[in-house]
Design a protein around this ligand. Structure first.
Ligand code: NAD
Ligand code: ZN
Length: 360
């Protein structure tokens, strides 16, 4: 097909307190009393009754708390799937992810792997998933990644960090309740928020840009500028707007691609375990030759919110390690093609990437 035919999230609720409707939303989706709903919840909420007391548990439903200290791995998905198969006779009625990009991506991947044979690593790539996932719901508690709306679930596998991109990946239901983001620490708010800003910059400056992506990207870009550079928003307005910016930023890259910052950040993440949001910030800070105006804005935002980024994280790396990062970064061909055009191989060299990484 010349034009891609993208699936979208089929149902979405937006509003402060909308999380209270979770029980009503799930009830009609329960297959039977033995088929549980499995709630994958960021363990930052363990013991937080404000949130957990509102998770509607019945019959054999189960909450599994998961740490977001590390980004999701294919092996972690396989273990969770095995755990669910062993502990329940019936296939779950649904998987509900409550957390940031890490937990949302895990929820999507587990829902896929419950109906598809083999290991999660076998499905990293594009359109390798054969059977529809089980019903899955995404409830973001931090805004920026766009994982709530995207067609991918980014996983680190034994050989690569790559998404399971498929028509079965997007959530069947998303609950956007900005109130859930109220306790996000400032640094993390900035890193994940900047993921959204960088999605917009890379989409709007890419060669894949089209009116579909542009309209979403421009809206999210404007919202980010308002949230991170102006002083006129209340905390609640800021939370509401960042949640919608994340959504629009995600929609913008759905029909285009990200670019240099993401490609290089994947390298950092693969080798050093640097998390996505902060990794993007560390890289983007040094990309003024690719995105001059927006790197300037980024530095203003960083100063305004007194964010200190880690420095010299590549200082002690040897040639072999630089090569690993560069191999990962350059393997993401669509990202480079989007950023630099069809002739991208003539515009970027390994030497250039080493010199950039050495500054980080
Ligand atoms: P995250 O999920 O890793 O969470 C970051 C930190 O914030 C964690 O410590 C978490 O416990 C904490 N946190 C989350 N919600 C909180 C709350 N309400 N209060 C207090 N603390 C809270 O962060 P992220 O930036 O949302 O996600 C990063 C992940 O998203 C990466 O794995 C990345 O690969 C993935 N990602 C996926 C897509 C996609 O389209 N699927 C796009 C971009 C990024
Ligand atoms: Zn991103």
């Amino acid at each position: 097909m010349a034009y891609k035919n993208y699936p979208m999230v089929s149902r979405v609720i937006f509003g402060r307190g909308s999380f209270n409707q979770l029980g009503d939303i799930l009830e009609p989706m329960r297959l039977n009393e033995k088929a549980p709903f499995i709630f994958l919840v960021d363990d930052v909420f363990k013991g937080n009754s404000w949130l957990t007391s509102r998770i509607p548990l019945a019959y054999k439903d189960e909450i599994i708390y998961i740490s977001a200290d590390e980004e999701p791995k294919t092996s972690q998905v396989d273990e969770l799937v095995e755990q669910l198969i062993l502990s329940h006779n019936d296939r779950p009625s649904g998987i509900i992810g409550i957390g940031g990009g890490t937990i949302l991506d895990l929820a999507k991947a587990v829902a896929i792997m419950l109906t598809n044979e083999g290991l999660a690593k076998d499905y990293q790539g594009w359109d390798l998933v054969k059977f529809p996932a089980i019903y899955h719901v995404g409830i973001p508690t931090i805004s920026g990644t766009g994982s709530e709306v995207s067609r991918t679930t980014v996983l680190t596998g034994p050989e690569k960090k790559l998404g399971i991109n498929s028509d079965f990946t997007p959530f069947d239901q998303v609950i956007l309740d900005p109130e859930l983001t109220k306790d996000v620490p400032t640094n993390q708010w900035f890193y994940t928020g900047m993921d959204c800003f960088i999605h917009c910059v890379e989409s709007l400056n890419g060669t894949y840009l089209n009116a579909f992506s542009k309209t979403y990207g421009e809206k999210a870009y404007e919202l980010c500028k308002e949230i991170f550079l102006e002083n006129n928003l209340s905390e609640k307005e800021s939370q509401d707007k960042l949640m919608m910016a994340s959504w629009h930023g995600g929609m913008s890259i759905a029909y285009s691609q990200v670019g240099v910052a993401h490609a290089m950040s994947y390298g950092l993440s693969y080798l050093l375990g640097t998390k996505h949001g902060i990794g993007n910030c560390i890289v983007f800070d040094h990309l003024s030759e690719f995105y001059p105006e927006d790197v300037k804005l980024f530095k203003d935002m960083k100063a305004k919110h007194k964010i200190d980024l880690p420095q010299n994280i590549c200082r002690d790396l040897d040639d072999n390690e630089f090569n690993i990062m560069i191999d990962i970064a350059l393997s993401l061909e669509p990202l480079w093609e989007n950023a630099l055009g069809k002739q991208w191989k003539q515009k970027i060299s390994r030497e250039k990437l080493i010199s950039l990484y050495k500054k980080m």
